[in-house]
Design a protein around this ligand. Structure first.
Ligand code: PEP
Ligand code: MG
Length: 312
C-alpha cells in the first residue's frame, strides 16, 4: 500500500492546487466528537442520530432530544454539522418506530419512509435539532436518509424549512435518486452519497453478508459511474456533492471521488488525517485523471490499479 505522511495535516481540506474539499467526520454519539476534533475534522458530515436511540423503547421528548443533539454539536461551534434524521428500520430498528414484520427489511419501510407514516415524529426531531443548533452555534444542516424521488426530497426540505432549518439535503443511497440527481438538486441544498447503501442497492447484495463483500466493494466501476452522474449533476447546478459512506475513508478512493466532483468527504475519525493528507498531496487535475481512468475499468482490481498509476 501507498505510504501517506500525515504529519502535516492541518484540517484545511483540499487539493495541492487549492480546490477546497471539506474533510469531515461521521459521528454517532457525543463520545465520537472527541476523536473527530482531535483528528482535525473540519466538522461533521454525518451525525447518525438513530445511534442515540437504539435502546430506547419510547420516543424521547423534544427537550431530551435537544440536549442529546446539543452535546454532539457543541464541540463544533462555528463549524458545519450535517444532522441526519432518524434512519430507522432494516439493520437499525428503533423500539418506538416499529415498522412491523417485513419479508425484506432493507427494501421495506426504513429511513425517511418511516416518517411518511409518522410525520409528527420527524417534526419533533426537526424542532429539537433546530433548538440544539441555536444552543451550540454549530452551522447545522439536516439530511434525510433513504430518499428515492425528488417528490420525497421536496416533502422533507419543506418540513425542515418550516422547522426553521435553513439548509436541507438528502442522502443519495437509492439508485433511483442517483439517476434523477439533476431534479433532486432543484429541491435540495446539497446531497451526500451513502456509498454503503448505494452499493447494496446497485448490486442487489445485502451489505451485512460477508459472502457478498466483493459486490459491495466501493471500487466497483458500476458504483463509480453512478457517483460520476451525481457529480456532474452537482457541477451543473452548482450544488455540493459529498460522500459519507465508507468509501470516503479510503485515501486513494477519496481522491478519485474528488475527481468525480465530490467536494466533501465524511468518514470515521481515525481516517481523517490520512485522507486529508493524501488529498493535500494531489492536484485536482490528477484526481480527475485518476477518476477518468478508474471509470473506464470494468473490474475492481483494474479500477484501483488505474487510480494508483495516476498518482505515481
Ligand atoms: C451509507 O449508507 O453509506 C451511510 C453512510 O449510511 P449508513 O451506513 O448509516 O446506512
Ligand atoms: Mg445508509
Amino acid at each position: 500500500p501507498e505510504r501517506i505522511d500525515t504529519a502535516g495535516w492541518t484540517g484545511d481540506g483540499g487539493t495541492s492546487d487549492g480546490e477546497r474539499v471539506k474533510i469531515l467526520a461521521n459521528v454517532g454519539a457525543a463520545a465520537d466528537t472527541t476523536a473527530a476534533v482531535s483528528a482535525g475534522a473540519e466538522g461533521v458530515g454525518l451525525f447518525r442520530t438513530e445511534f442515540c436511540y437504539l435502546a430506547a423503547q419510547d420516543e424521547p421528548d423534544v427537550a431530551t432530544q435537544r440536549a442529546a443533539y446539543a452535546e454532539v454539536l457543541e464541540p463544533f461551534a462555528g463549524k458545519p454539522v450535517v444532522v441526519r434524521t432518524l434512519d430507522a428500520g432494516a439493520d437499525k430498528p428503533l423500539g418506538f418506530l416499529d415498522t412491523g414484520a417485513e419479508p425484506n427489511p432493507a427494501l421495506g419501510v426504513r429511513g425517511l419512509r418511516v416518517a411518511f407514516d409518522r410525520p409528527d415524529v420527524l417534526d419533533r426531531q426537526l424542532e429539537a435539532i433546530a433548538a440544539a443548533a441555536d444552543d451550540s452555534g454549530a452551522e447545522v444542516s439536516v439530511m434525510a436518509p433513504m430518499v428515492a424521488t425528488p417528490e420525497e426530497a421536496a416533502w422533507f426540505t419543506e418540513r425542515a424549512r418550516t422547522a426553521g432549518i435553513a439548509r436541507a439535503g438528502v442522502m443519495v443511497e437509492v439508485p433511483a435518486a442517483a439517476l434523477i440527481a439533476a431534479e433532486l438538486f432543484e429541491v435540495v441544498d446539497f446531497v451526500s452519497v451513502g456509498t454503503n447503501d448505494l452499493a447494496q442497492y446497485v448490486f442487489a447484495a445485502d451489505r451485512q453478508l460477508g459472502a457478498l463483500a466483493e459486490l459491495n466493494d466501493p471500487w466497483q466501476p458500476a458504483l463509480l459511474r453512478l457517483i460520476a452522474m451525481i457529480g456532474r449533476a452537482g457541477a451543473e447546478t452548482g450544488k455540493p456533492v459529498g460522500v459519507c459512506g465508507e468509501a470516503a475513508a479510503d485515501p486513494l478512493l477519496g481522491r478519485v471521488l474528488v475527481g468525480l466532483g465530490v467536494r466533501s468527504l465524511s468518514m470515521v475519525a481515525t481516517a481523517v488525517p490520512a485522507v486529508g493528507s493524501a488529498l493535500a498531496g494531489a492536484s485536482l487535475r490528477t484526481c480527475e485523471r485518476a477518476a477518468r481512468d478508474a471509470l473506464a475499468a470494468s473490474d475492481v482490481a483494474t479500477a484501483k490499479a488505474a487510480a494508483r498509476a495516476a498518482f505515481e
